[in-house]
Design a protein around this ligand. Sequence first.
Ligand code: R5P
Length: 267
Amino acid sequence: MSWGLRNRLSRIIKPETKRTVMLAVDHGYFLGPIRGLENPRRTITPLLPYADAIMLTRGVLRTSVDPTVDVAVVLRVSGGNTIAGPALGNEDIVTSVRDAIRLNAAALAFSIYVGTPYEHQTLKALAKLVDLGEDYGIPVLAVTAVGRELEKRETKYIALACRVAAELGAHFIKTYYTPEFEKVVDAAPVPLVIAGGPKMESEMDALKLAYEAVSAGAAGVDFGRNVFQSSNPVGMIRALRRIVHEGWTPKEAAQELGQVVGGPAAT
Ligand code: R5P
């Protein structure tokens, strides 16, 4: 791994804890203006002080994030599909590495659709992106997408998708938590960060998911809807930091949900 690549990765996965709290706000690239992200700037701004990294597209980055902000940018560079179209997995690289460098991206994110008609296309594009990332010293985050088929979130499938992504050279992987997550960690010898998925019934459910994932070996979380669709988004991301970076239990971390927004700075 080159110096630049390691340096960029360490802006995302903090060397002190070897963990990360990423904020995912890239949903609009195929879902449009979902609840909580109707106005990206309004959602993102209060959460930025608590995120190690923010995952988003170049369009939202340019229009809705202050360029003076101190946060690592994980730039989604795949797209070309929508929830309204015929095939959710029909993604390709839609942003050049040149533009990613111009935007000072700390990493490039790309979705792979293992087990779909778009498996070959997305795996080849991931491999191409890894080559470009190696050329320019930018790490690549492979996102193991399941599209509409949420039932695919079982250990065997997730382990397969993560292993394939690691074999193709992804530097870190975003995936779903499964009950036997240690098997996924064993299968993929690169850091794994966990997606939150659709908003859960309670904040405590999402905090438990984060706690179980890091306890099983995940390098952190990349939550979106379970943060910005919460009735207390700032409290949620602060609570996630407590769990991920400080080892607090979900019950301890839930204290953050009761705190006044704009209280003490994140640790
Ligand atoms: C979906 O493809 C996007 O990449 C999201 O970033 C991802 O699903 C994580 O967000 P959430 O926690 O809302 O699932």
